[in-house]
Design a protein around this ligand. Structure first.
Ligand code: SAH
Length: 378
């Protein structure tokens, strides 16, 4: 399969390279960045590396002839490149985006113009629960008034009955962020559910959720196996998002404490605990570093720390508190081997050693790589 816009898009750095070769490249990169800390296991790739993304984003605009287009920003610019068939995004979601594009004219909905601020529809964001089939459509608009929105939703659902919720999100600011602060469901509950590793998770529009659910189950399972839980441990799930790792671990742990910055995600995590009938997990909203400093200052104990920070990695405040708390194990889940290497340098200088490093390919055709790393206290 071939993508003819990959150069302009810039999202897939490895388009045109056979999948096996891509895996080799990633293995090599992981080896060179992390090999000094321990043995890097062979990367776990996908059987079918296409259409794996459960989250699809399209920006709406008009071309020079005035035709409505949807796609992605050309790399480094605000020019929109039309996308017809992306090889890594969920196919059903792409179909829904095409339907919406086709509906705009008859509903007299104009696309938003970033320069003038006129027009309505800016972006469409779709998330699909691969295991439940539930689909969330987020319509991001430049103003809160969406004319005949009920009829719009009706017509959209007529074409795609599988849509389970539609959310209106208002973003009237000059920003490269897709979602604005104000949002409300105009159909359904305003979130979708998806199942991972035997637990059901609710996902709100602004909450982080791993984009490749097939590989996420492998990633999480590896992390939980590395933790070697016996049922007694106090476990910290730092940078916990909607509580996925912590809640899956809770069944095998004494108690789980999760911390996450995003308010919506923390709310999801608390509800997810209840819905899965997990009573030994608590979630806190705040900066993970500050939270850990407080835990360490209070002399709290934890045997296992899962940490899954964003691409920028963790910080010294967090890491130094981990060292103070001195858990038996730290399971580091990383989406950026460069910052992982930096943080491993700190931890291996402060009483920890690396036991295992397992790369998992969560992003076929892209040069990003996910890694699970088991550290144990010396
Ligand atoms: N473990 C989750 C989320 C990982 S993504 C999962 O697998 O789904 C990283 C998460 O860290 C995001 O949810 C983001 O909102 C959160 N985050 C970013 N900076 C943070 C900080 N300083 N403190 C706590 N959480 C943070």
């Amino acid at each position: 399969m071939k993508c003819n816009i990959s150069k302009k898009c810039g999202g897939c750095q490895f388009q045109g390279i056979p999948y096996k070769e891509q895996l080799k490249k990633k293995q090599k990169k992981e080896q060179s960045l992390l090999g000094a800390y321990g043995k890097v296991c062979p990367i776990i790739g996908m059987e079918n590396p296409y259409y794996y993304r459960n989250k699809v984003h399209a920006v709406f605009d008009r071309d020079r002839k005035g035709n409505i287009i949807s796609g992605i920003y050309e790399e480094g610019t605000h020019r929109v490149v039309p996308v017809e068939n992306c090889l890594i995004e969920d196919e059903k979601s792409q179909e829904i985006i095409r339907t919406i594009r086709g509906m705009l004219k008859s509903f007299k909905i104009r696309t938003y113009d970033e320069d003038t601020g006129y027009g309505l529809l800016r972006h469409v964001l779709i998330r699909r629960g691969f295991s439940t089939g539930e689909i969330m459509v987020v319509l991001v608009t430049g103003s809160p008034i969406f004319p005949s929105k009920n009829n719009f939703v009706k017509a959209l659902r007529k074409a795609h009955l599988e849509i389970t919720t539609v959310v209106l999100n208002v973003n009237d600011r000059q920003t490269s962020m897709v979602l604005g602060d104000r949002e409300k469901p105009i159909f359904g509950p305003g979130f979708i559910k998806d199942r991972l590793c035997g637990c059901m998770f609710r996902i709100s529009p602004k909450s982080f959720y791993q984009v490749n659910p097939v590989q996420t189950e492998i990633l999480y399972q590896t992390a939980i196996d590395y933790a070697g839980l016996t049922g007694k441990e106090t476990v910290i799930d730092a940078y916990c998002g909607i509580g996925t790792i912590g809640l899956i671990a809770a069944k095998k742990a004494g108690k789980v404490i999760g911390v996450e910055l995003n308010k919506d995600a923390v709310k999801d995590a608390r509800i997810n605990a209840k819905e899965n009938k997990i009573t030994n997990a608590a979630f806190y909203q705040g900066d993970a570093g500050r939270f850990m400093v407080e835990m360490a200052a209070k002399g709290e104990k934890a045997e296992v720390v899962f940490m899954d920070p964003p691409r920028a990695g963790s910080d010294e405040r967090f890491l130094s508190s981990v060292v103070k708390l001195s858990p038996k194990k730290v399971i580091y889940i990383s989406c950026n081997p460069e910052t992982l290497a930096r943080d491993l340098k700190y931890l291996t200088k402060h009483h920890y050693k690396v036991e295992k490093i397992q790369p998992v390919d969560m992003f076929p055709f892209c040069d990003h790589c996910e890694t699970v790393c088991e550290l144990v206290r010396k």
